[in-house]
Design a protein around this ligand. Structure first.
Ligand code: HEM
Ligand code: HEM
Length: 200
């Protein structure tokens, strides 16, 4: 990719950065929730549930945007293994953006808890109440969150490798920031061509 290569669509970029902030907040809120036995637990859970459902809704919008606006191609000289790793990690991130909220919702349904988004908005149960299903889904939610965090770390490291080491335009295809190209060289550059002085 050169500095003139195409970027992701504006909608894709806005969704990417908005959801990155939301998802990272959810990971920290989740860990804060289970690490706290104080009244803050209820307060964090009241943020965790609607924010998680908002992520699920935005993931649907994002998938539609992705299908309608194919992403820019990766640099042609990128080794095949890295191209495959990028593709696999992007689809894993998409899968987790759907799986985590759905498993959270299913887990509360299986536990027989009301899934409240606010004081008055209650979502229907998506699985029948079952202590066994609750136990499995509760563990799945925590392990999937850990997988999301590890995938995010690998993804961010790869993005920084592209932006700081390869400087191949992949990072700027998502930030949208393109540095101005250097001015073209002219033949009559006064610093390059110093005329010979007579007598020297
Ligand atoms: C992208 C979305 C989500 C992420 C990243 C996320 C992340 C987390 C994390 C990291 C934990 C702590 C896990 C542990 O170590 O045990 C957690 C717990 C939990 N999450 Fe989520 N979650 C998401 C969506 C949801 C949704 C949509 C719901 C419910 C509608 C939900 C309900 C819960 C509940 C009930 C707990 C356990 C709280 C407790 O045991 O005190 N999560 N979540
Ligand atoms: C939890 C946080 C994040 C998630 C879930 C996430 C998810 C994704 C996904 C699914 C893609 C594929 C393109 C798409 O369809 O949207 C992508 C692309 C990209 N992301 Fe992230 N991202 C996160 C955080 C970050 C951060 C912190 C950075 C920068 C340091 C970053 C840089 C990029 C870049 C440069 C691309 C384009 C890569 C390419 O064309 O192969 N992302 N991201």
């Amino acid at each position: 990719m050169t500095s003139n290569s195409p970027t992701f669509s504006l909608a894709a970029r806005v969704l990417h950065w908005l959801m990155a902030v939301m998802i990272l907040s959810m990971l920290f809120i989740g860990v804060g929730m289970v690490a706290s036995v104080s009244p803050r637990h209820d307060w964090l859970l009241r943020i965790h549930k609607p924010l998680g459902m908002a992520i699920l809704l935005l993931a649907v919008v994002r998938l539609v945007v992705r299908v309608r606006n194919p992403p820019p191609a990766l640099p042609a000289d990128l080794p095949l293994l890295q191209k495959l790793a990028a593709l696999a990690s992007h689809w894993l991130l998409y899968a987790l953006m759907f799986a985590l909220p759905l498993v959270g919702w299913a887990m509360l349904s299986a536990g027989g808890y009301p899934v409240m988004l606010s004081e008055s908005i209650r979502l229907p149960a998506i699985v029948p109440a079952s202590p066994f299903a609750f136990a499995v889904l509760r563990h799945a939610h925590a392990w999937l969150a850990l997988l999301l965090f590890l995938t995010f770390l690998a993804h961010m490291s790869a993005a920084l490798y592209h932006g700081l080491i390869r400087r191949d335009g992949v990072l700027s295809s998502m930030t949208g920031y393109r540095p101005a190209p250097p001015p073209p060289r002219t033949d009559a550059d006064p610093l390059q061509e110093v005329p010979e002085q007579p007598g020297h």
